[in-house]
Design a binder for this molecule. Sequence first.
Ligand SMILES: [Cu+2]
Length: 244
Amino acid sequence: MRTLRGSALIGTFLAVVLVSAAAQHAVAGDGAAGPTGQLTGRVTAGEGVSAPAPLSVAIDDWVCGKDGSIADPSLVIGPTGGISDVVVTVEVPGAPPITSMTPAVIDQHKCVFVPHVTLLAPGQELEVRNGDPVLHNFRTISELNRKVNRAQIKGASDTFRFENPEILRAECDVHYWMSAVVVIAPNAFTTVTGSDGTFTLNDLPAGRYPVRLWHQKLGTRTVEVEVGPGGGRLETAWSADNAG
Ligand SMILES: [Cu+2]
């Protein structure tokens, strides 16, 4: 049985290169009104980190596809080495809450949760749909929010709200390979890397901050970044630690 703890946390280290885009203008930030800047960054796969093998399909292959036809969404590396779906949180003291309340939808399509990672504000409505002609269920693994376990027949739609900041996992028990990540963001300076491993966060107060990086397979790491009035840049290569 797969569990959150059971996900293989690969021993890792981060090669971190911090480049301040305007270090000469950087001032200490306290989250109050003052100069703000844009933080851009990229997370790439370092030595020893590679995409897992495609998933095996053991049931419902008439909908889900043939064995080996589903790319494993738990660790996706783009053609130029960017890692998708890394949750990035800049820990700015006194940061405002995330306020984006655009509708969030997770569909189940050919036995894959789409999108794999969904970013929510606390309390934001999340719709989960089953677009497949087979039974799925949506079961969450969480510690800070109420647990959900909802079977969904073809065409079903259910909505959920999660009130507390947390990164929670969701799985389908019918199709053991199905997993999704739901991020209830702790602050407005939280985002998820795109398919090329890049991210952008706007309106950060100038200052030096810890940045927490979370990935479903690679685990959690904290790095530092400096943001000046002209912005900041974070480049990290996330590597497997082969030293043991
Ligand atoms: Cu399923």
